[in-house]
Ligand binder design. Structure first.
Ligand SMILES: [Zn+2]
Length: 292
């Protein structure tokens, strides 16, 4: 299984000549929320994964992508038909593979009764099945409902998923991402979830024409489908907040098809689909014309 410690090991093996690694904050339980910075272009793209505990395959995917992409850039080799070195020179990529490390830990390992946070959860959540069901953080707040974009509590108490928290940005994991997004002035962002083989680019029932075109290119690169929800406004998610706050293109990518948690044996398949999708996004980001 792909938990925080496995991810840290993989990240420590990345080539330091082409990657820089730092913490953007800590989870409730004190785990570092790691960002990998790579590339040296003026344009900036953010990639985020594992907002949800069960969706740790997105973290494994992003670390694998950064590793292979930077190798290709360093060697000057073509990468899925793209010139990785040229993209490396045009776009600076910030990747936070695991936004919610405590949630991944609970989804993978279940509850640890020796831990005070876990014991508190048992009291507030009132369920007994954590392993293979847990999406939220270690306080039972769903990070992808905690962003300040048409925020709604949705549920009235902590839960395995969908509880938005006491107020927007109440959680340290959410604030770590918000602070980074505010600081770096990104041109574009992609938030990875599982599953469905789908791409979303809407907020509040509206879809920008330019974002839709980019989504369609990413769909062509991956075999995924662009979904435009009608009537149902999305809210509280990272891409929702990014679009609302910066009026720039933000996307949710739902990797793979199946039932969460998608097994680690699917990593090669989702990598084959999403490496071209991410390269397409980097290429779009390199050539984007911002109006705001
Ligand atoms: Zn998700």
């Amino acid at each position: 299984m792909y938990c925080h410690s496995v991810m840290l090991e993989e990240i420590s093996a990345l080539d330091k000549a082409v990657t820089e690694t730092f913490s953007i904050g800590k989870s409730l339980m004190g785990r570092d929320i790691i960002c990998i910075k790579t590339g040296r272009g003026e344009r900036k793209l953010f990639l985020g994964g594992a907002y949800h505990g069960l969706e740790y395959l997105t973290a494994a995917l992003l670390v694998k992508f950064v590793s292979r992409y930077t190798e290709s850039a360093a060697r000057g080799e073509p990468f899925f038909g793209f010139n990785a070195r040229a993209l490396f020179d045009e776009v600076t990529l910030f990747t936070v593979p695991m936004v919610n490390p405590d949630g991944v830990d609970i989804a993978v390992n279940g509850i640890d009764l020796t831990n005070e946070h876990h014991r508190a959860l048992l009291g507030t959540v009132g369920i007994h099945d954590f392993k293979n069901t847990w999406q939220a953080n270690a306080r039972g707040v769903d990070i992808n409902h905690n962003f300040d974009a048409d925020w709604d509590r949705v549920l009235d108490k902590p839960s395995a998923s969908k509880y938005g928290g006491e107020y927007p940005h109440s959680e340290s994991e959410t604030r770590a991402v918000v602070d980074l997004l505010r600081k770096e002035n990104f041109d574009m962002m992609l938030a990875f979830h599982s599953q469905g083989a789908e791409i979303y680019c809407d907020f509040n029932g509206k879809t920008e024409e330019s974002a839709l075109k980019t989504a369609q290119k990413m769909a062509a690169a991956s075999g995924y489908e662009v979904k435009i929800p009608t009537g149902t406004a999305s809210f509280g998610g990272c891409k929702d907040w990014f679009i609302k706050e910066f009026h720039r293109p933000g996307f949710t990518v739902e990797i793979g098809r199946g039932k969460n948690p998608l097994p680690m044996t699917m990593l090669d398949d989702v990598y084959a689909e999403n490496a071209p999708l991410i390269l397409c996004a980097i290429n779009e980001c390199a050539h984007i014309t911002q109006t705001t």
